[in-house]
Structure formats: structure tokens, C-alpha cells
Design a protein around this ligand. Structure first.
Ligand code: PBG
Length: 336
């Protein structure tokens, strides 16, 4: 028993042993007992590459993010990233032309393939992950090939996804990341890579990708909004977590090397559940809408951007993600 004076009153208290505030009293002590870290090595920067020359195009809905042509403009961005300490990028392409089968996605001279070669030529240590999908390349904006009735045909799409992954691997991609949400896409891509001499190229599977309003700014950035309907017949229903675990299990069985939960913030519970159930490395994608919300609020002076970003990125690590894909990558790394 110890007596404490409060406003001249003597109060008897037993609770002197556990006082968590002791360890919060200075920044040094708080740092000593901090539990989670966001290292530059955990972060991946998405990059939009645009067919053409001499381009660095603003994206209105994503302040601070640009589309680069695969030339000196892209080189400069890669140099800024590596100087800041970011060594891994995720590439998305905007082709010169779109068609029914998204042929520029697997064309050996397609914009992403050009960008891969450009980056490797500049700095072969940069780790290049490539999004394997069709929505930026098809004239209808869906993530696969349509059957005659306006639906995405799973089986037909698989053949195209494998061609895209092979084209990216041939150009020098380090990791391929299928995001089309077609059934069996991981198994098909694994088989294709293995038979075409790319056994050592890992697959980062978008294992649970939800149909999300938070992709809005990306669709402006990548010019990939569907021209009719939505993506709910292939992307997951945001109400479901058991389904996310089932999708993840299927991808593990099909040979995925890295798993992913996307988006991140509204799905921290899914990150945590996947972390507990599976032992593969786990990525999460802090998507465009999550980025733009913070930027918009910060530009209005409504929140402190740096503190918000710190909190957001650490929440993903705390939930159990190993890798964070985020448009904040460069600015976060720069101030560390
Ligand atoms: C599909 C793809 C999308 C994103 C990444 N890959 C868009 C979609 O599914 O509509 C969204 C990423 C983001 O919002 O930052 N190619």
C-alpha cells in the first residue's frame, strides 16, 4: 500500500506495479520498446509507364504521382527512388492502343516490356514486379477476354495471362503479379513459366483482391475503368473473410510464392487472418484511393500527412504484412 496525494486528499492505492506510462515518457524510451518497423526494404513503389517519349504526366486524382515514358523520364524516377532507398517497383502500363484481347500487354515490344529493359539497363539491382492483368490493355476495360454475352471468359483469359507473364519474364521481370482474379490463374502462369525456362521467377499472387471503391483514382491513372458493368463477377465481395481465406488457400496450392491482401486499410482483419493461417510472405496493397484520401485531407489542412502516413503504414505491419505496396513509398523513404 502506498499513499498518494491528490488535491490534498490522501488516496490509498495498490496499483503501483503496472504503470505503462513509465515507458512512454521520452522519445528514446518509446523507440526502445516499439514493436513494429517499416523498413525501406519492406516497401514497393507502383509506377505507371506510358507509351511515348519525353512524358511525365500528372494524374489529377493522385497528387505527386505521374506517368512516365520508358526513357530518361523513367530513369530519373528510378534514380530518385533508389537514392531514397526504395529498391522494388511494381509496373503498370498504358499502351498506345487498346484492343479486344489486350495485345500490347504481351507484345514483346509493349510498354511494360520496354520499361523492364530500360530499368534493368539503368540499374540491374532494382527488383521489378509486373502486374499481370488486361484491364489497361482491353478496349472494354475488363480484366479478361469477353465471351459473346459481355461476360469475362475465365478459360480464354488464362491463355492470355500466361502470355503476358511470359513476355514480362522474357524482358527481365523479377516477379510476376497476377491481379485479374481469374480462377486457376496462378497454376496456369506457374506451368507456363516453368515450361518456357522461367522456373525461378516467383509469382506474387493478388490472392484476395476485393471489388473496391478505393481503386477509383488508379482507374484514372491507368485509364482502366470498365466501359460497362463492374468487376464484381471476378473480384471478391468485401463482406467476406472466409472466402478470402479460401481464395488464398487455392493460390497456395497452385504455387503462389507471395500472397497479397488488397486493398489494405479496410481489410486489416484479412491481413491478420491470412498471416495467422499461412506461412508464405504476405504483401498488402495500400491502393490509390487510400493514398488520395490522405492527400486530399492533407491538402485541405485537415490532417497531418506525415503522421497519418506513419500510422497507416505501421498498421499494415502490425496486422501482419511483410511487404507494403504504396504510392507513399518515395516520400516515406525520403524523410527517414
Ligand atoms: C488491375 C489492377 C487494379 C489495381 C491494381 N491492379 C485496378 C482494378 O482492379 O480495377 C488497383 C490499384 C490501386 O487502386 O492502386 N490491373
Amino acid at each position: 500500500m502506498k499513499s498518494i496525494q491528490v488535491e490534498k486528499r490522501e488516496i490509498e492505492t495498490k496499483s503501483t506495479a503496472q504503470q505503462p506510462r513509465r515507458l512512454r515518457s521520452t522519445a528514446k524510451l518509446r523507440s526502445l520498446v516499439s514493436e513494429t518497423f517499416v523498413d525501406n526494404g519492406h516497401i514497393v513503389m507502383p509506377i505507371f509507364v506510358q507509351e511515348g517519349r519525353g512524358l511525365k504526366q500528372k494524374i489529377d486524382s493522385m497528387p505527386g504521382i505521374f506517368r512516365y515514358s520508358p526513357d530518361i523520364e523513367l530513369d530519373k524516377e528510378i534514380e530518385e527512388l533508389t537514392n531514397a532507398g526504395i529498391n522494388t517497383v511494381l509496373l503498370f502500363g498504358l499502351p498506345r492502343k487498346k484492343d479486344a484481347v489486350g495485345s500490347d500487354a504481351y507484345n514483346p515490344d509493349g510498354v511494360v516490356q520496354q520499361a523492364i529493359m530500360r530499368i534493368k539497363n539503368l540499374n540491374e539491382d532494382v527488383v521489378i514486379i509486373c502486374d499481370v492483368c488486361m484491364c489497361e490493355y482491353t478496349e472494354h476495360g475488363h480484366c479478361g477476354i469477353l465471351n459473346g454475352r459481355g461476360e469475362v471468359d475465365n478459360q480464354k483469359t488464362l491463355g492470355y495471362l500466361t502470355r503476358i507473364a511470359e513476355a514480362q519474364a522474357s524482358a527481365g521481370a523479377d516477379i510476376v503479379a497476377p491481379s485479374a482474379m481469374m480462377d486457376d490463374q496462378v497454376a496456369s502462369i506457374r506451368a507456363a513459366l516453368d515450361t518456357s525456362g522461367f522456373k525461378s521467377v516467383p509469382i506474387m499472387s493478388y490472392s484476395s483482391k476485393f471489388a473496391s471503391a478505393f481503386y477509383g483514382p488508379f482507374r484514372e491513372a491507368a485509364d482502366s475503368a470498365p466501359k460497362f458493368g463492374d468487376r464484381k463477377s471476378y473480384q471478391m465481395d468485401s463482406r467476406n473473410i472466409r472466402e478470402a481465406l479460401r481464395e488464398t488457400e487455392l493460390d497456395v496450392d497452385q504455387g503462389a510464392d507471395i500472397l497479397m491482401v488488397k486493398p489494405a486499410l479496410p481489410y486489416l482483419d484479412v491481413i491478420s487472418a491470412v498471416r495467422q493461417k499461412f506461412n508464405l510472405p504476405l504483401a498488402t496493397y495500400n491502393v490509390s484511393g487510400e493514398y488520395s484520401m490522405v492527400k486530399a485531407a492533407a491538402m485541405n489542412g485537415w490532417i497531418d500527412e506525415e503522421r497519418a502516413v506513419d500510422e497507416i503504414l505501421h498498421s499494415m505491419r502490425r496486422a501482419g504484412a511483410d511487404i507494403i505496396i504504396t504510392y507513399f513509398a518515395k516520400q516515406y523513404a525520403r524523410r527517414k
